[in-house]
Design a protein around this ligand. Structure first.
Ligand code: NAP
Ligand code: ZN
Length: 352
């Protein structure tokens, strides 16, 4: 074992603070990565503040972070995909059983025995896994992704969660030319959803509660912007969408969006607000509409997404922050005040 520097929360109401955590020495299949940037996902905030206590209660201390990019420092003797000095990235998962039907199909996100990057039982050291708000991480090479060399790294980090979480359902639901697609919530996930839906050739409509984001939405690739609190603007789109991706973090009513779906339209939740939804049956019956959810994406699809980003020159729009600003960043996330993802420059951890 060795010690890594990290930022951790010691309780649901404590700010994140500098700490030291154990990391395993790399085994033969492991890659040790010096972390350069880690994106700040709203899931980090939900988890740190124990907002998902019913489903995934938080174990403290909690080191969040699952949008990790860095350089390989050490490789185990059996590692074949990476060599020392390569760029490498890690997303939301660091392990799975590799034998279940989901793993065999390359859909590790559905493996009943997967290990998430933080707050999950650590199969090697005991305790729970610690995420990317740290200077270093050790991961089995199967869960380490290759990074296209042409992309700016601070904006690559968020692809590992915000990127794959939006890319995967857009592909699953056949988003492309002649499809009318809505993206609800222009945050970290939402702005990636807009970029991907546009790159896939769809007609993209952004729904936002922040009128000040309209110009940005168009620049990011939207064809139209609707301020969702304006009922008249919403009504103009009744029964017209093929697909709507909902990336809202806060509790809200989704029925106004269901009513915008056309025949056989689907609304997919990627946002994970804590309160249950109330949905009148007729909002689904009329139009044979469906609602579903989607978790991150498998390792093969994550690599496909990164390669797609390399080809189309897509990265997240980021505000780079030092780790010392993380608590302020969380407060700003809650005010929808980020354009459009915080990315932590991990060099800032050196001074701790
Ligand atoms: P984020 O950057 O904070 O963006 C959330 C956006 O939701 C905000 O920018 C805002 O957009 C909108 N919003 C906020 N409060 C709202 C309200 N009261 N009513 C309506 N809209 C509101 O968060 P994120 O990192 O993109 O994450 C979004 C959600 O996805 C979180 O719940 C996160 O946990 C979840 N998530 C799920 C997965 C998965 O695998 N399914 C993966 C990662 C994250 P506007 O200003 O445009 O309205
Ligand atoms: Zn995330």
């Amino acid at each position: 074992m060795y010690n890594a520097k990290a930022y951790s929360a010691s309780g649901a109401t404590s700010p994140l603070a500098s700490s030291t955590i154990p990391r395993r020495d790399p085994t033969e299949n492991d890659v040790q990565i010096d972390i350069l940037y880690c994106g700040v996902c709203h899931s980090d905030l939900h988890q740190v503040r124990n907002e998902w206590s019913d489903v995934m209660p938080t174990v403290y201390p909690c080191v969040p972070g699952h949008e990790i990019v860095g350089r390989v420092k050490v490789v185990g003797s059996a590692v074949s995909k990476f060599k020392v000095g390569d760029l490498a990235a890690v997303g939301c998962m660091v392990d799975s059983d590799g034998t279940c039907p989901a793993c065999k199909e390359g859909l590790e996100q559905f493996c009943p025995n997967f290990t998430l990057t933080y707050n999950f039982p650590d199969q090697h050291l005991g305790g729970v896994t610690y995420g990317g708000y740290s200077d270093s991480i050790v991961v089995d090479e199967k869960f380490v992704l290759r990074v296209p060399e042409n992309l700016e790294l601070a904006g690559v980090a968020p692809l590992l969660c915000a990127g794959i979480t939006t890319y995967s359902p857009l592909r699953h639901w056949g988003v492309g030319p002649r499809k009318k697609v809505g993206i609800v919530g222009l945050g970290g996930l939402g702005h990636m959803g807009v970029k991907f839906a546009h790159a896939l050739g769809a007609h993209v409509v952004v729904f936002t509660t922040s009128p000040g984001k309209s110009e940005d939405a168009l620049r990011l690739g939207a064809d139209e912007v609707v301020v969702s609190r304006n009922e008249d603007e919403m009504k103009k789109h009744t029964f017209s969408f093929d697909f709507i991706l909902n990336a809202v973090s806060a509790d809200h009513d989704i029925n106004p969006y269901l009513n915008l779906l056309g025949r056989d339209g689907n609304l997919t939740m990627v946002g994970a607000p804590s309160k249950p939804f109330e949905i009148p049956a007729f909002n689904l019956i009329f139009g044979r509409r469906s609602i579903s959810g989607s978790p991150i994406g498998g390792i093969a699809e994550t690599q496909e997404m990164l390669d797609f980003c390399g080809e189309h020159n897509i990265t997240a729009d980021v505000e780079v922050i030092p780790i010392q600003k993380i608590n302020e960043a969380y407060d700003r996330l809650l005010k929808s005040d980020v354009k459009y993802r915080f990315s932590i420059d991990m060099a800032s951890l050196k001074s701790e």
